[in-house]
Design a protein around this ligand. Structure first.
Ligand code: SAM
Length: 218
């Protein structure tokens, strides 16, 4: 198992599930609202990459008519996700799929919306992952992929709590949203030839918005 994947074994999944239902709980409805309001996409298929305990998938399903697919390569995360989805009464709206973002078991041009929070910073090969994302995105579809806490108040409050719990978290978070990291993603998007994208960097977080205007792959 790769070192990155080991982070998301049973122990990692338990920790993420606790955080998602505890300190991070208020961010998911806000992030869901931000992305639904921004794109106005409320029906069709939404794929949540690196869905973890499925807390963002649940908020998106609660605020829209989208059918959500939570894709993650960790069986332990899926175990937690499955419980959370059942507890939310959303088993008919959210399907869990075991898979790696670098080779997704999903058809070309099949997703209206591809979302992901806090996962891309762990991907081994962002070029391959984003080529896959572009392949799976439908013409007219959008992505909202990155990391963040939804708004300034939540970001400031949660960052302070996380740093108190684990002083290393400050550096982890700083690196993810550093200008060098943003540039790394921008260079990658240009290199693989994504024709239309925006990068949001601000209070709501760091998010890559791809707008697919032509069908097909890169
Ligand atoms: N998105 C969730 C959230 O915000 O609560 C979970 C975030 S957690 C920090 C990162 C997730 O990405 C983990 O569930 C992990 O298993 C998943 N992940 C990381 N690399 C992945 C890959 N290459 N393919 C699929 N899932 C991946």
């Amino acid at each position: 198992m790769s070192n990155t994947k080991k982070k998301f074994d049973k122990k990692g999944a338990r920790g993420m599930d606790e955080i998602a239902k505890g300190i991070f709980a208020p961010i998911y409805p806000v992030i869901a609202e931000n992305l639904i309001r921004r794109f106005g996409i409320t029906k069709g298929t939404c794929i949540d990459l690196g869905s973890g305990p499925a807390t963002l998938s649940i908020s998106v399903a609660q605020q829209s008519d989208l059918s959500v697919i939570g894709l993650d390569y960790s069986d332990d995360m899926h175990e937690a996700a499955s419980r959370n989805i059942k507890d939310a009464g959303l088993s008919d709206r959210i399907r869990l799929l075991c898979g790696d973002v670098h080779a997704m078991p999903l058809d070309d041009n099949s997703a209206d919306l591809i979302i992901s929070r806090g996962s891309m910073f762990f991907w081994d090969d962002i070029h391959t992952a984003f080529r896959e994302i572009y392949r799976v995105l439908k013409q007219g579809g959008k992505t909202y992929i990155g990391g963040g806490f939804g708004n300034k108040e939540l970001r400031d409050e949660i960052s302070a709590t996380m740093i108190k719990k684990n002083p290393d978290w400050r550096e982890f978070n700083r690196k993810n949203i550093s200008p060098e990291n943003v540039e790394r993603f921008r260079t990658m998007l240009d290199k693989i030839g994504v024709p239309e994208y925006d990068i949001i960097l601000g209070d709501e977080g760091f998010w890559i918005v791809i707008s697919k205007t032509q069908p097909g792959a890169l």
